[in-house]
Design a protein around this ligand. Sequence first.
Ligand code: ATP
Ligand code: LTN
Length: 332
Amino acid sequence: MQTNEKKKVLSCIQPSGMLTLGNYLGALINWKNMQNEFDCTYAVADLHAITVRQEPAKLRQQIYSTCALLLALGIDPANNTLFVQSHVAAHSQLAWLLSCYTQFGELSRMTQFKEKSLKHADNINAGLFSYPVLMAADILLYQPDLVPVGADQKQHLEIARDIAVRFNGIYGNVFTVPEPYIAKTGARVMSLQDPSKKMSKSDENINSWVAMLDSKDDIIRKFKRAVTDSEAKVCIGENKLGINNLIGIYSAITGKSAQDITNEFEGKGYGDFKITVGEAVAEELRPIQEKYNTFIADKKQLEDIYKEGAVKAEYTARRTLSKVMKKVGFVL
Ligand code: ATP
Ligand code: LTN
């Protein structure tokens, strides 16, 4: 039987700082590319952002800024759903329900929890621990087929799938069990200063990450300073994490293969290569930055868009939540 129904996609991004090239190549580029083929729901995950301490005025600004950047990327709110997570109460409600179907042991094994607990040793709060349950709720409320994320989120997606399978096992088919959608290139962009770590917007060393809103000069300067090795040959290698990362970035942006890139820079030094990568990144981000400036200048328009998005999201989310409540044995 032929059906015209598009497959569903859901993803979220935290407004926890300036979005980086890692966010862009690992996730956002796919958000944009998927919107024509799929029925997409995208949210700004403000509830997740407060698992680490945020300054209120800055957080507010970052929520606006993240919405504006998503629109600048080309996400079309008329054909997709774009909203702010905390505006749809069902996320918090389902998270509580699902937390009663999630084991302490499985949450304790999450790499991100271990890393963030080390980094924020003075604030290892319950939210940081149950972060993956809220993420499972974000996902399962919308019954998506695919969830586009960077490679670092694979473990969280696995737990969302485990929770869905477990719940379905007890109560029948309530949740669609989603598949991760992780692109081959750009899925893990590494820090420019320590290429054994992922590029992260919460890294204190600003030279380690490129923000999507960085100026061309800053972008090129950061690439010029990128940590590499002493071999001076542009090719993939086991002990060449820095160069592997730059090749990955250049490849994700230009579509060229690693071999093509090696050929292109045959006989040239790392200096040339770093500048070429910096310029390619700046050129890729330039039109997005221009559009961003117009979206961020009109708060009223941004508010209208995310409020309308919340109304659409609420409709689907409520349906799933009611179904779950009935299955569990609550009265409606
Ligand atoms: P933080 O660095 O503050 O922990 P984050 O950037 O990892 O935050 P999000 O903003 O929620 O967290 O991530 C949004 C998306 O960007 C996710 O799909 C994540 O997998 C992806 N992403 C984040 N960093 C990278 C990276 N360095 N390489 C590839 N994808 C990334
Ligand atoms: N934890 C995610 C952000 C996130 C998310 C989601 C991603 C929150 N809820 C639901 C996909 C689906 C991260 O990328 N750091």
